[in-house]
Ligand binder design. Structure first.
Ligand code: GLA
Length: 343
């Protein structure tokens, strides 16, 4: 992340989307995740303005206008995309804002973290000055205030801290990040399968089910497979088994990435998908079909659903040039702001 002190110059902020390679639904229990920022994202071109934010977007027809300092509940703001803007301004106690325009090539509801990218872009535009972790924490709180969804920190921290050509191995308990080089001879393909539905209520339900598992066997990030299997309630046992095995898969995946054993990466993606489909129940019939098609295609090492689920995208690792339908994405830098010097 790059940030500069506020000035009166116009500026451009770019915040990437992210795709999670593996480590799904583990962040809110302090587990391991391996997302990477992608070369798709949100770009905001703006000029500083006193006591208000005025924003238009190429994605939505209704503009957002917010008087600062903002002191109402963000969840009441209309149009609804303004809730994210208001929530960041409220978290940062901003008195001065900007007037600007947003462009985006990550569709909302795709599971590529368009909301976390928007939140990070707005925070930088409002003059956020701190570490990537602090940016992630501010925007995570803002996301909760705007949506009431108790997300983990993966999306925001990846978008704040990512480095070009690397995936970010994040320990969501200590918040330590290890930047893992992504090899040039491994293509990452993302396919947008369907808009997310039911994400909100079901996501919060999964967070609650993990809390129930932790009340029985302690922190899931440290639990063993045997401990997960000892849970009597079948649904809670399934959820715990997913988290425990997914954490192991992240470690195995990083080892295989370093060794360059790509078929092993593919096996881990397939296992991860099965775990999300059967134990965590966050996949959909259409995502399962899309994953199966990828997995049957020569040149594809493996595929799985990615992100919160209940719709959204799948991710696949492929031999470069493999003939599949989707966006080839590259591991990219985190969010940044650039002042346009007018002198
Ligand atoms: C959403 C949340 C993240 C994470 C993923 C699932 O993207 O915002 O915090 O929990 O779902 O891995």
């Amino acid at each position: 992340m790059v940030s500069t002190a506020p000035s009166s110059d116009p500026f451009v902020v770019h915040a990437p989307g992210r795709v999670n390679l593996i480590g799904e639904h583990t962040d809110y229990v302090g587990g391991l995740v391996l997302p990477m920022a992608i070369d798709r994202g949100i770009t905001l071109t703006a000029s500083p303005a006193t006591r208000s934010i005025k924003l238009t977007s190429d994605q939505v027809s209704r503009p957002v206008e917010i008087a600062l300092p903002f002191d109402g509940p963000p969840a009441d703001v209309e149009p609804d995309w303004g809730r994210f803007i208001a929530a960041v301004a409220a978290e940062m106690c901003s008195k001065n804002g900007f007037r600007g325009h947003l462009t985006s090539d990550i569709p909302a509801g795709s599971g590529l973290s368009s909301s976390a990218a928007l939140l990070c872009a707005i925070a930088l535009a409002l003059g956020f000055d701190g570490t990537p972790l602090e940016l992630a924490q501010v925007t995570q709180r803002a996301e909760y205030a705007a949506t009431n969804v108790p997300t983990g920190i993966m999306d925001q921290l990846c978008i704040a801290a990512a480095r070009p050509k690397c995936a970010a191995l994040i320990d969501c308990d200590s918040h330590e990040i290890e930047h893992i080089a992504m090899p040039d001879d491994l293509e990452v393909v993302v396919q947008f399968v369907e808009h997310r539905v039911l994400a909100h209520s079901a996501y919060a339900q999964r967070v609650d089910e993990c809390a129930q598992a932790e009340a029985l066997i302690g922190p899931l990030r440290q639990a063993t497979r045997d401990q997960a299997e000892s849970i009597q309630n079948e649904r809670i046992r399934q959820r715990a088994r997913h988290v425990v095995t997914e954490n192991l898969r992240v470690r195995q995946f990083v080892r295989a990435l370093r060794r360059g054993t790509y078929p092993e990466l593919g096996d881990l993606l397939r296992e991860g998908h099965e775990s999300l489909r059967v134990d965590y129940e966050t996949s959909t019939a259409r995502m399962d079909t899309a994953v199966a098609i990828f997995n049957d295609t020569p040149g594809v090492f493996g595929a799985r659903m990615t992100g919160g689920g209940f719709g959204g995208c799948i991710v696949a690792l492929c031999v470069p040039g493999t003939d599949v339908h989707g966006w080839k994405v590259r591991a990219s830098a985190g969010a940044s702001i650039r002042r346009i010097d007018q002198t």
